[in-house]
Design a protein around this ligand. Structure first.
Ligand code: 3PG
Ligand code: MG
Length: 394
């Protein structure tokens, strides 16, 4: 069921508590290395400004665990946001209380203020009702545009919706439309390419997605467990022995569902997972003892590319190699380029896959690049996100 958005409610002259995910990479001096998430919130903020709302933004930054950590204050984010909006954004030093209420009371139509890092308060992650209530007292309505945080049942994501009407922002709408549209109603052939270090973290995704796709391409460290399950040696690659049975069952399931399951045929293996290590390219049936699978090999890249070129819809979650180290980034880079040139719906499922695509400057060549890491994973697992569940239906 689609959710109401800011367009479905009257915001003129109203105080709007807008939850956003401004959890951006920032160093100790407050220098932001990637402002994608800040930019992603601009359409909703601009809409609210244009429609004369009084905007109270709130977000978490990092994981301060309920304590004030000076380097995790949101002031640098407010400055960046202010530059992008071309108007002042007042950064508050707290989230709740009389001083905050007084500042909020002075906001004029179209003004923007940003509360302090929500996770300075232990009540945020505990979803404590008193904290949610105190936040809700600041506003007349609540708007959730923080797709990236909506898998967290926290006070600012779930709790506040108990007290004031709750609707979605435009980023939230875009993410939900792209992800659910793709999963529920894909143009076929539909391929999922799943990578990442551990199969353990992707079990629920594989379980859900295998019922939806025509082909499943497996890369990344997690491929080692599949390869071992077939009886081959995997050298010193990390393997999850407790997942071997699961992986065998999944392979069987793919067969019975008629889903094509493609595993790596060759691998770039390294003596160590670090820059400058000696590397070799070998068939996966001949991984030498003591070596670690670090990337898919060229034959695999070619085979995956062929499959991708046939499809009309792709979901990609998880790099196919240790792409943070340039020597092991070839497979991920080449496949990202293939996707960028496809005439197909291409959905990048967040986290490090988004990082890789943004870093390569290919984000605008994809149909959708999710701003959520854990949130998009939960979505691919078929879960209803708690922060979405509490929003009003259209
Ligand atoms: C993210 O970066 O994935 C979101 O901002 C959520 O952050 P969290 O994983 O610390 O809850
Ligand atoms: Mg995270």
């Amino acid at each position: 069921m689609p959710k109401k958005t800011v367009e479905d409610i009257d915001v003129a002259g109203k105080r709007v508590l807008l939850r956003v995910d401004l959890n951006v990479p920032m160093d100790k001096k407050g220098v932001i290395s990637d402002d994608t998430r800040i930019r992603a919130c601009l359409p909703t903020i601009r809409y609210l400004i244009d429609n004369r709302a009084r905007i109270i933004l709130c977000s978490h930054l990092g994981r301060p665990d309920g304590r004030v950590i000076e380097e995790l204050r949101l002031a640098p984010v407010a400055s960046r946001l202010s530059e992008l909006l071309g108007k002042p954004v007042e950064a508050l030093r707290e989230c709740i209380g009389l001083a905050v209420e007084a500042t909020v009371a002075k906001l004029q139509d179209g003004d923007v203020a940003l509360l302090e890092n929500l996770r300075f308060y232990p009540e945020e992650e505990a979803n404590a009702l008193n904290f949610a209530k105190a936040l809700s007292r600041l506003a007349d309505v609540y708007v959730n545009d923080a797709f990236g945080a909506s898998h967290r049942a926290h006070a600012s994501v779930v709790g506040v919706a108990k007290y004031i009407p709750a609707v979605s922002g435009f980023l939230m709408r875009k993410e939900l439309e792209a992800l659910s549209g793709t999963l529920e109603n894909p143009q076929r052939p539909f391929v999922a390419m799943i990578g990442g270090a551990k199969v353990g973290g992707k079990l629920a995704v594989l379980e859900n997605i295998i019922h939806k796709v025509d082909a499943l391409l497996i890369g990344g460290g997690m491929a080692a467990t599949f390869i071992k399950s077939m009886g081959y040696g995997i050298g010193a690659s990390m393997v999850e022995d407790d997942k071997l049975d699961y992986v065998r069952q999944l392979t069987e399931k793919a067969k019975s569902l008629g889903v094509k399951l493609l595993l790596p045929q060759d691998s770039v293996v390294a003596e160590k997972l670090e820059a400058g290590s000696t590397i070799r390219t070998v068939p996966i049936t001949e991984i030498p003892d003591g070596w670690i699978m670090a990337d898919i090999g060229p034959r695999t890249t070619e085979r995956f590319s062929q499959e991708l070129k046939k499809c009309k819809t792709v979901v990609w979650n998880g790099p196919v190699g240790v792409f943070e180290i340039p020597q092991f980034a070839e497979g991920t880079h080449r496949l990202a380029k293939v996707l960028a040139h496809l005439k197909a719906t291409t959905v990048i499922g967040g986290g490090s896959t988004t990082e890789a695509v943004v870093e390569m400057g290919l984000a605008n060549r994809m149909s959708h690049v999710s701003t959520g890491g854990g949130a998009s994973l939960a979505f691919l697992e078929g879960k209803l996100l708690p922060g979405v569940a509490v929003l009003q239906d259209k």
